[in-house]
Design a protein. Structure first.
Length: 226
């Protein structure tokens, strides 16, 4: 199936470099060199996925991401030279699905794009039904979680929280972002709801509970020790 990719990047050489790799997958690439042009293309073209640089003229990537997300749930991958946790948190809070730091492998970028499209279309495939992280196994089809082969009884929200954290493996997520994503923006509870569920989830996961790490003054991230 042919895909329509919106590539927003002000560096012409970088744009050409990335475009070549998407063309090898026989995807259509619609290029934009600034934020205004990106929004114009998005308004007039059916786009399946957005690859979005942050530092751009006229309208920056943060604003583009915000405006696109207000009207569409199209997958968005942010690419940037800035690797600070605060920038990653901002990107996810604005609705981005992936965050790739320069320099990066275009092959990895394309692979992430493929996974995002499959996830958004609900066609991730049987190989994606079971996720394994050390002794932790998550079966998304049966909604079961095991640690060292033993089934762990999780509440629906604990399960959703675990899946959400592992989906963003290695990425710092703010409490507010987690609350909005897992409980919904209409939820009237406060951020302590996240802390309480993380504490319970860690306890239930036993030896794998330590994979849910607290990042001081930032939030949480799922990251296993190698």
């Amino acid at each position: 199936m042919t895909r329509n990719i919106l590539l927003v990047e002000d560096d012409p050489l970088m744009r050409e470099f990335i475009t070549d790799y998407f063309l090898k997958e026989q995807w259509n690439v619609h290029e934009a060199e600034n934020g205004k042009q990106a929004l114009d293309v998005f308004e007039t073209t059916s786009i399946d996925l957005v690859v979005l640089d942050i530092m751009m003229p006229e309208i920056d990537g943060w604003s583009v991401c915000r405006r696109i997300r207000h009207k569409s749930d199209v997958p968005i991958i942010i690419i940037t030279a800035r690797a600070e946790d605060d920038d990653q948190i901002m990107g996810f809070e604005l609705g981005a699905d992936e965050y790739v730091t320069k320099p990066f492998s275009p092959r990895v970028l394309v692979a992430r794009a493929k996974t995002l499209l499959k996830r958004s279309e609900g066609t991730l495939g049987r190989e994606g039904d079971t996720m394994v992280y050390g002794e932790l196994t998550i079966n998304k089809r049966s909604h079961t979680v095991t640690v060292e082969g033993e089934v762990i009884n999780l509440s629906p929200k604990e399960y959703e929280l675990l899946v959400f954290l592992t989906k963003h493996d290695g990425t710092v997520l703010s409490r507010e972002y987690i609350l909005n994503a897992v409980w919904g923006i209409d939820f009237f509870g406060d951020l302590r709801t996240v802390d309480t569920h993380v504490k319970k989830l860690r306890a239930k996961l036993g030896i794998e509970g330590q994979s849910i790490r607290t990042v001081i003054r930032a939030g949480y991230k799922f990251e296993r020790e190698t």
